[in-house]
Design a protein around this ligand. Structure first.
Ligand code: ATP
Ligand code: MG
Length: 454
């Protein structure tokens, strides 16, 4: 059996197709929609691994709200040379969190394009990024095999059109993804660009009408575009693909950095000379994983001192609580929730009461749209490039398919309807459209660069 697998930045799903019926596979029994698996990984101190909703639950139970306690850990000896004494052997100790039960990873796919993310230390064991992704893929493969009930002989995996705008980082990302697949022991893997997969899925269900289709696949990590011509009799022609590393994670960051920093000490001045609180500390709030870095004693000392001599002690206590009690994940979950509500409502309250953190911000949709202005422009430029490379104008596009969770953000829907006309927009299975198309490609067994006749 050949399987389509969409390993997404935020969510993964898998499907099979037999030429007639498409079936989404249950990848996460704990999730409200079992065919959607959150692309998360939790590794315990003992080295046990969990994925999906269970990974988040285990992390939350064991870590969130727990005070970090440090102990000194011996890591080796070093030779230190002093001008007056000569060289001496010195034992090296670092302070480590003594009780953390495990580490949670999210958005691992985004790490692929990040040259500096090579390996990470999980309770003394080093894992490369490829190994972490391979662990997730291996567990997905086991679940796929269990649910199809026969050996998996081949897989078609999705890939963004561009992991990164920098060609070298893009090539590196794809190479690392291939390495992860082979480490995971996935059988016979081929890759297909994600929006092209979504276009295949649409093509299957829309015979009879010649049309130019533009797929707008806007996920957690990337925006991907495919333009395809369908001739109405089943023939398909791939006209253009393009993509940019803009996704829902970035939209969440815009909210945190644009609206929430003042609740964590932004603008604080220190002491009688009113020195500014170092901004590089708050830069860590940019990503929830980076908040964890602030648990290093060096940063905690800066924060503790600022609580004593700064003019905003309550906000700085909130920052300390965010860091020391691991509230980074719930912060980002609250932000994502507010963003999702803003897709339905003109305004929402983004609030958090945990530990010393206590704020409620009313965020009108127009303000969110102001914060994501640069991203809207980057996305629109990407669509324009794709149209140009397909030698088409917006009026020659017949259908615009919106897929991926971020394609529900009203600002992007508006941009698309301004460009193409509201009547051309269609939403397709936002979280599973890509996996369905990958399953069709897996069944067709054709190389993706040369799209076959259906
Ligand atoms: N109703 C909504 N409004 C706005 N954003 C949403 C909505 N629902 C989900 N999202 C966002 O969509 C993103 C996840 O979408 P999706 O599952 O399509 O991404 P992915 O396939 O995992 O990522 P990628 O394709 O970029 O690798 C998240 O950032 C999530 O916050
Ligand atoms: Mg996706």
């Amino acid at each position: 059996m050949r399987v389509g697998l969409d390993f997404g930045t935020t969510n993964s799903s898998a499907a099979i197709y037999d030429g007639d019926t498409l079936r989404l596979l249950p990848l996460d029994p704990v999730n409200a929609s079992p065919s959607i698996l959150r692309s998360t990984l939790f590794i315990t101190r003992e080295g046990a691994a969990y994925i999906g909703r269970e990974a988040i639950n285990r992390f939350t139970e064991g870590n969130v709200g727990r005070e970090i306690e440090y102990e000194w850990k011996y890591i080796g000896d070093a030779e230190v040379t002093f001008a007056d004494f000569g060289t001496v052997q010195q034992a090296l100790y670092i302070q480590v969190d003594a009780n953390a039960p495990g580490r949670l990873f999210q958005s691992l796919k985004t790490g692929l394009r990040d040259r500096s993310f090579t390996r990470t230390n999980v309770f003394g064991t080093y894992y490369t990024l490829e190994e972490l992704i391979a662990m997730v893929l291996r567990m997905i493969l086991d679940r796929v095999a269990a649910s199809v009930g026969e050996p998996v002989t081949g897989m078609v995996l999705g890939r963004p059109v561009h992991y990164s705008s920098d060609p070298a980082a893009d090539a590196l990302a794809f190479e690392r993804m291939q390495t992860a697949c082979s480490m995971a022991g996935l059988p016979e893997v081929t890759f297909l660009e994600e929006p092209t997969a979504a276009a295949l899925s649409y093509a299957r269900s829309s015979r009879g009408r010649a049309q130019n289709v533009l797929v707008f696949d806007f996920g957690g990590g990337t925006l991907d575009v495919t333009i395809m011509r369908l001739d109405g009799s089943g023939r398909r022609e791939l006209l253009a693909t393009d993509g940019v590393p803009v996704g829902g994670d970035l939209l969440d960051q815009r909210l945190v950095m644009g609206r929430l920093l003042r609740h964590f000490g932004e603008g604080t001045t220190l002491g009688p000379r009113r020195l500014p609180f170092p901004t590089h500390v708050l830069d860590h709030l940019n990503e929830w994983q980076a908040i964890v870095e602030l648990t290093q004693p060096h940063y905690l000392n800066i924060i503790d001192e600022a609580i004593v001599i700064g003019d905003r002690p309550n906000e700085l206590r909130a920052l300390r609580s965010l860091v020391r009690q691991n509230y980074g994940l719930p912060l980002y979950e609250a932000v994502e929730g507010a963003k999702v509500r803003l897709s339905e409502h003109e305004s929402t309250v983004l609030a958090m009461q945990m530990g010393e953190i206590n704020f409620a911000e009313r965020i009108p949709r127009w303000d969110f749209e102001r914060l994501i202005g640069p991203d809207v422009r980057a996305v629109e430029a990407c669509i324009d490039r794709a149209l140009e490379s397909a030698a088409l104008t917006p009026d020659t596009i017949d259908v615009v398919l919106r897929t991926g969770g971020s394609s529900r953000v009203p600002r992007f829907v508006r941009m698309l309807s301004d460009k193409f006309g509201a009547d051309k927009l269609q939403e397709m299975d936002v979280f599973t459209g890509v996996a369905s198309g990958l399953a069709i490609a897996a069944w067709e067994r054709e190389p993706y660069s040369k799209l076959p006749d259906a």
